[in-house]
Design a protein around this ligand. Sequence first.
Ligand SMILES: Oc1ccc(F)cc1Nc1nc(-c2ccncc2)cs1
Length: 347
Amino acid sequence: LSSVGDCPLAVAGLRGSVSQGDRCYARPLFKAVEREFREEDELCRADSVKNEGLIFYIENIQLVDSEYREGREYVLSKFIKQGSFGEVHSAQDVNTGFKFAVKKIDLKKFSSEEVGAWSTCKSPRVVKLLGVVREGPSISLFMDQKSESLGQLIVKRGRLPEDLSLHYHSQVSTALEYLAKKRVAHLDIKADNVLLSEDGRDTFLCDFGHAERLDTQGQSLSRSKELKGTETHMAPEVVRGEPRGAKADVWSSCCMLLHMLNGCQPWTRYYTCRLYLKIANEPPPLREIPPDCSPLTVEVIKAGLQKDPVKRSSASDLREKTDRALREVGGLSNPVRGPYTEPLYTP
Ligand SMILES: Oc1ccc(F)cc1Nc1nc(-c2ccncc2)cs1
């Protein structure tokens, strides 16, 4: 067990236990570990359940005899939500009292991309992945616990004021700028996957369950045509099964901006049927931009909801436009915990 640099890492012992090593080996190792896990005999009996994985931040998560098991080294507390491919609970380390969130994924549904893409992201705008441990037939992903998601705040407030919506959109665009530089597409950008700090002023992107790595041209390496993400926020190229990349996240971030401004997801007030065909064939949902929005906010949404990904703004262009729009409305002045405002339309 040795700590490396400022982020001691427990690297998967391919056989049996959790140990430490260097983060930069996490990804190829994780491919190997994933293969290992898959090939692993399904006969792992309860008493010989394997416990192996990577713990990135060892000071808060304490291994015991180089193992980290639910019910022993940590305990689950309340159920939080159904994340992508697994249930999310809040949890606490028995020895340190450290609280965190954990998503438990069935081994068969586990994609090494969720860890590979996430573990390369070290940005203040992306929630920290604290570690990954296999527990028999499932994989547990540990992350920093946050108080609530942007999705929950929108439900509480009905819809958000323009300045607060632009403030959050600017931060998410910053996260997308970072992901694009790291050649990662998240592919499930939505308010439920944006977590808030205690005071509600800072956002953290989470849930890389649909993430894909990008090539030097910014196109997904996975070549998968699988429909990924949340239908109301899917970009036209995604629903058409065309090559998708970082620009798909830009489209989704503007769907999220409409969700914040209106209090309802785009398309849902006009259609109840499957939306894929509407997204592919109809014009972008610009008619859903609230009439009282400032002109620069309209510019942001028009630039991000270009159906052709080539014409669509990049995350960095969109962040600049969003910051200008926020300045035009006088900056962030509304409180995060403010009054309930009736959504423009309740489905
Ligand atoms: O992909 C994950 C990997 C590990 C986790 F622990 C959680 C997630 N996914 C999500 N977690 C949340 C959430 C967490 C904590 N508080 C409020 C919401 C919303 S989506």
